[in-house]
Write a protein that binds this ligand. Structure first.
Ligand SMILES: Cc1ncc(C[n+]2csc(CCOP(=O)(O)OP(=O)(O)O)c2C)c(N)n1
Length: 577
């Protein structure tokens, strides 16, 4: 293996990734990885984003792949550097995000013999990748040039096709690691810039036309971040068939007259939940986070529940789905809509609509009575105010729950993204920067203080990569979510070991990382801070201080208000069975 062989093979590998469609890669520093980094950086069709922390690099790549719905590569040097990519790889696997992980390694003769920065990297990420390969960069013969081009295509298409996910290639590299002579030309690629191997995924056939009568049906639309236009087709179909859509904001379907936004609150009301049992449930995307919704679906074990999922993932923790359809739901719904659609009885959608509107009024009334900004009010206000062409990236913990519960229906709401494959609070800042880099839209991140502290190093992207991001941090000095759980009663350990207050001054963090900083106290101040930040080319940290106990009490008041508004309604307006 000479440096020329290594670089010839890696140049062809990167050329082939670019021919397939790769546009973004993340690098991190190191010596062993130099041939991979230099080959990526020298490929003009790929934008290489430099990171100094591999964990941030992994999550940045994840966010970029999520926002662009295309594979993104990430590379690192050997040893613990590769282990630092594990959280992002795991999230990508569970969230179905196409990631191409390129780790540099010592060659076999330097493994387990005391050489520096050497760990066992073979299948390092276990079953959390779709494919692993050890890539031997030996003599660049014509046969091996063909092989590396085929391998690059296989990597790209494997990450992207079927159920998308991460692919891991491990590259043993021998010294010398830099070239000492110019690289000769290479004409081993296909003519016309075509990938060496093209890939064609079969698309599911649309069902035949026919007549489709829709009774008391609901559609539960969960996280499906890949194709926003599919959600528009879903809502158009629901409007045609008069079907309520219990729409998680991560589905993109919280829009139009059939979208039910407050399902979490209204299904907490046992009378409403019992009176509105459907005859059919269609489930698309992941199961939403809402516990009342999950419990309601679990209780519908005698109701026909159909899950439509092109990737054949099993999203059914309560084993109540009776039929699985392996197809993109847009194909299926287009087929149904092409037939004669006999809409559901008119009082069915009307009853859900009335309950949703009543819940919206109850929530608005309670929130209007709040003198200062609260966590639900921030979620609601971002949902109402963000421009249609923006992306709201939401952290796990209470932010994702508040967005699910309080984001109102809008004809043209922002795109909503979140790392919900494994529900981690890690890497969120980096993922949001990745989404800003590759998504082509302004991004607003809504995040809790613990999640921000966890990935504070992600702020480095603001300074080093000159990216624009608006970060709204809800600072309740600890994990507010835990106050909603029984562990809150374990007073000897709760505050220090579970809530974990930190008393960090985020203004100083903003200063360190070159971000603007502002602390609004009212909705008007928040709106103008967000507007100013969106118009600014830099990154702004908008901090809102809240109290964990007050937040718990406010959520209880909101639930009580919705229930009070619904009780007479559920009795009077229950639709015919
Ligand atoms: C990587 C990781 N570690 C730990 C957890 C467990 N966890 C869930 S929520 C949470 C607290 C988050 O606090 P914060 O970001 O401030 O949001 P809040 O609960 O206040 O809304 C923790 C530690 C997790 N989900 N992911």
């Amino acid at each position: 293996m000479t440096a020329t062989d290594t670089y010839l093979l890696l140049r062809a590998f990167c050329d082939e990734l670019a021919r397939c469609g790769l546009r973004h890669a993340c690098t991190s520093p190191g010596s062993r990885s130099a041939p991979i980094v230099l080959s990526l950086v020298r490929e003009p069709r790929i934008r290489s984003w430099s990171h100094l922390d591999e964990r941030c690099a992994g999550f940045f790549a994840l966010g970029a792949a999520k926002a662009s719905s295309e594979p993104v590569a990430v590379t690192c040097t050997s040893g613990t550097a590769a282990a630092n990519l594990a959280p992002a790889v795991v999230e990508a696997f569970w969230a179905r995000v196409p990631l191409i992980v390129l780790t540099a390694d010592r060659p076999p003769e330097l493994r387990d013999v005391g050489a520096g920065q050497t760990i066992d990297q073979i299948k390092l990420y276990g079953d959390a990748v779709k494919w692993f390969a050890e890539v031997d960069l030996d003599a660049a013969t014509p046969e091996r040039m063909r092989w590396i081009r085929t391998l690059a295509c296989r990597t790209y298409w494997t990450a992207r096709a079927g159920r998308p996910g991460p692919v891991h290639l491990n590259f043993p590299l021998r010294e010398p690691l830099v070239l000492d002579a110019p690289l000769p030309a290479d004409a081993s690629g296909r003519a016309g810039g075509q990938p060496y191997v093209m890939f064609d995924a079969p698309s599911a056939a649309a069902p035949a036309g026919g007549t489709h009568p829709f009774g008391r049906m609901v559609i539960v639309a969960g996280r499906d971040e890949r194709d926003p236009s599919a959600a528009e087709e879903l809502t158009a179909f629901a409007a045609q068939a008069h079907i309520p859509v219990l729409a998680d904001p991560l589905s993109g379907a919280r829009r139009g007259p059939t979208a039910i936004a407050h399902y979490d609150a209204i299904l907490r009301d046992p009378a409403f939940a019992a009176a509105h049992r459907p005859e059919f449930v269609i489930r698309v995307g992941d199961v939403p986070t809402s516990k009342p919704l999950r419990a309601w679906l679990a209780g519908l074990d005698d109701v026909a529940q159909i899950a439509i999922d092109p990737d054949d993932t099993w999203q059914d923790p309560d084993s109540v789905v009776g039929m699985r359809v392996s197809a993109p739901y847009r194909t299926l719904l287009a087929g149904l809509a092409a037939g004669e659609v006999v809409p559901a009885p008119s009082d069915w959608l009307a009853a859900w609509r009335a309950a949703d509107d009543a819940a919206a009024r109850a929530v608005a009334e309670v929130l209007a009575g709040e003198a200062i900004l609260s966590e639900p009010l921030v979620a609601r206000s971002l949902g109402e105010g963000l421009p249609a062409d923006s992306t709201l990236f939401v952290a796990s913990s209470m932010p994702i729950r508040d967005v699910e519960s309080f984001l109102t229906v809008r004809a043209d709401g922002p795109r909503v993204l979140s790392n919900r494959g494994a529900n981690g609070i890690d890497g969120t800042v980096s993922s949001a920067f990745g989404a800003a880099a590759a998504g082509g839209r302004p991004v607003v991140l809504l995040i809790g203080d613990v999640a921000l502290a966890h990935d504070i190093g992600g702020l480095l992207a603001a300074r080093r990569l000159h990216l624009s991001l608006t970060i709204v941090v809800l600072n309740n000095d600890g994990g507010g979510i835990f106050h909603f759980l029984p562990i809150a009663g374990e007073s000897d350990a709760f505050e220090e070991h579970v809530a974990t207050p930190h008393n960090l001054d985020f203004g100083r963090a903003a200063d360190l990382y070159g971000c603007s900083y502002v602390r609004p106290e009212t909705t008007t101040e928040l709106r103008s801070a967000v507007e100013r930040s969106l118009a600014d080319p830099g990154t702004t940290l908008i901090e809102i201080r809240t109290e964990r106990q007050d937040n718990l009490a406010l959520h209880r008041r909101l639930q009580d208000a919705v229930r009070a508004e619904l009780t007479p309604r559920a009795e009077a307006a229950a639709p015919r069975a």
